[in-house]
Design a protein around this ligand. Sequence first.
Ligand SMILES: Nc1ncnc2c1ncn2[C@@H]1O[C@H](COP(=O)(O)OP(=O)(O)O)[C@@H](O)[C@H]1O
Ligand SMILES: Cc1cn([C@H]2C[C@H](O)[C@@H](COP(=O)(O)O)O2)c(=O)[nH]c1=O
Ligand SMILES: [Zn+2]
Length: 194
Amino acid sequence: MFIEPVIGNNTLKDKKGHIEVICGSMFSGKTEELIRRLNRALIAKQKVEIFKPSLDTRYHDRDVVSHNETVIRSTPVQFADDIMLLAGDCDVVGIDEVQFFDKQIVHVANKLAIAGKRVIMAGLDMDFEGKPFDPMPQLLASAEYVTKVHAICMKCGDLASYSYRLTPAKEKVVLGEKDNYEARCRTCFYETKS
Ligand SMILES: Nc1ncnc2c1ncn2[C@@H]1O[C@H](COP(=O)(O)OP(=O)(O)O)[C@@H](O)[C@H]1O
Ligand SMILES: Cc1cn([C@H]2C[C@H](O)[C@@H](COP(=O)(O)O)O2)c(=O)[nH]c1=O
Ligand SMILES: [Zn+2]
């Protein structure tokens, strides 16, 4: 379990920012964990702004929604730089589906952290081919705190770190959920792939 390094008003006076990244496969609980951390910041009466890429209209065009239907209100934005403009004087910035942002997101996350904000991002570390999902490697390298969460393999019940695409589509970005993807462990992912 991740223990928040900064919570409560005392530490806010310091205005020392940092970056947290929550990564893993689809269905691993990234969004649930993001929502959990953001809700705790809200309970601590911190100012929280939440963003997601506007292309992610899968469950809701505005809110961040987990596969388990936990929900938190967010602002959909097209470009990473939009976050910089909209974050204002908040204490905490939450970003879901961060793998869909342009590479400027790395600069934006760092600038927000340097400005004293706690930046919490959730995203896929690998695509459907098991390749790193840019810009996640760069964000992981910049983060002070990295949490990798795991789903359950739909083939064998082991821990899963891969997102297996069930359709023949070859484009990198194909939105979907259980209709298009299932979580798999390394063995089951490569067994069917080759
Ligand atoms: N194969 C799976 N392994 C684990 N959880 C799953 C799986 N399939 C569906 N779920 C559901 O997905 C929820 C996690 O959803 P979510 O936080 O949206 O994941 P992510 O953002 O990583 O895709 C779990 O609490 C569980 O209810
Ligand atoms: C592996 C992979 C996934 N996607 C899409 C599918 C979903 O819409 C999101 C991931 O959502 P989750 O909250 O992590 O379940 O990404 C994609 O476009 N390309 C891929 O390779
Ligand atoms: Zn497996």
